[in-house]
Ligand binder design. Sequence first.
Ligand code: ADP
Length: 445
Amino acid sequence: TSTTKPTEEKQANTEEDNEQAKATDLADASFLMKVLRSKLVKTKNEVEVQRNDPSSPLHSVKSFEELPLSEQLRRGVYDMGFNKPSKIQETALPMLLADPPNNMIAQSQSGTGKTAAFVLSMLSRVDATKNYPQVICISPTYELALQTGQVAEKMGKFCPEVKIGYAVRGERVSRGQKVTDHIIFATPGTLLDWILRNRALDPKKIKMFVLDEADVMIAQQGHQDQSIRIHKTLPKDCQMLLFSATYDDDVMKFAKTVVPDPIIIRLRREEESLDNIKQYYVVCRDKEDKFQALSNMYGVVSIGQCIVFCHTRKAASWLAEKMTADGHSVALLSGEITVEQRLAVLNRFREGKEKLLITTNVSARGIDVEQVTVVINYDMPVEPTGKPDFETYLHRIGRTGRFGKSGIAVNFVDGQRSMAIMKKIEEHFGKKITLLQADDVDELE
Ligand code: ADP
C-alpha cells in the first residue's frame, strides 16, 4: 500500500530504472542472447509484408540456390551449416538482394535469422575492385558490433577480397587517413567521428546502410540522435535497412524517419502461454523461511535445473550465499558483474555445471535456457508501483514448459501482500495456482 516506507529494495529498484541502466541492460541481454543462441528460433507464424507499391515483386524462396548470390558467398552460407533460409529470410532475402534495391524495416524476435540475412546482403553488395567503404552497419554497443562483424567474417570466408573493418572504440584513424575496408561495422559515436571529424570515409559513397537492434539503439536518446546525424550524411539512393526485435510505436516512429519508403516485414512472436505449466504456491513466514523451503525442495526432489527469481540484486546475492553455505552449487546472475562474466555464468549453467540459477529480473531478461523445468518466484514480480507485474510473470514462467514439455512454477508467498499479488495473478491468467504443502513437495517430481 502507499503508506509503506520506501525500503532499501525499492530504492535499488528505482536506481535500476533510470534510462541508462535500462539501455545497458537491454544491450547486454541482447548480446548475451546472441552469443548463447546456437540455433534458429522456430515459429509457426507467417511473415507479414507491408509495402507502398503493391506492384513491386513479392516472392519468397525456399532455398539459397534461388537467390542471386555469388558461388563464394553461397559456400560461406552452407559452411555455416545453413541448409535453407529461415522463415524471415525466405521473404526478406529476395527483396534485400533485388535490383534496384529496396529499403526495408524488418521485425522479428531475436534468433530468427535477421543478422544472417542482412550480413549476407551486405557482403553481396560490395564491389571489391573499389577500395573504399560501401556498406555500413551500426549497432548499439561495442560488443554487438563485434559480434555482428564476426558473422560477416565467417560468412565471407570464401570472399577474401572483401575487407571488413570496425569503427568502434579503440579503433583509431589518423588525420588524413582514408579507410579502405569495404564493410564497416560500427557504433554510432565512433562512426560519426570517422565521418565528420576525421573524414576517414566518404559517406556519399555508401550504398547500403544497416541499423541493427534499433529497439536497443533508441533506448538511448544519444544513440538515436547520432544515428540520425549519420543518416543525414548518406546519399538519397543509399539502401536503408532497419532491424528490430520489437515493434513498439517508438521504434516504428524512429524507423520511419530513417528508412524512407520501406517495405515492412514482420514475423510475430508466438504467444507465450501458461497452458502446459503447473503452478503452485508455498506459504512462508519470511525470507529465512523461504530459504528453508527452497533448500528443502532441493533436498527432497531431483527437480533438474531451476531458475530462482529474486526482486533485487541484494536479495539474490544473499540467497546465493545461503544456498552455497548449505552445500548447493549455485550460479548467480546479476547486474553487478560484467557481460563477459554473465556469459560465463550462463554457459556453465547451460552445460549443467550448476543446477540452480539465482537471478534478478533485469539480468535474466531474454535469457533462454531450454532445459529448465522449474521456475521459482522467490519474490513475486511487482511493478515499481507495487502492482502485480503480469507480463514479467508470464515471461519468467514461460521460460519453462517449452517445446511441449511441461514445466513447473512455484511461487513463494510471505505475508498478505504477496498473497494478494499471487491471487491477482491467478485471476488475471484464469489458471489455478495450487497450494503446495511443505510435505508434498514430491508432487513436483
Ligand atoms: P537474429 O539476428 O534474428 O537474432 P541470427 O541471424 O543471429 O538471428 O540467427 C540466429 C541463429 O540461427 C544463429 O546462430 C545463426 O547462425 C542461425 N541461423 C541463421 N540463419 C540460419 C539458417 N538459414 N539456417 C540455420 N541456421 C541459421
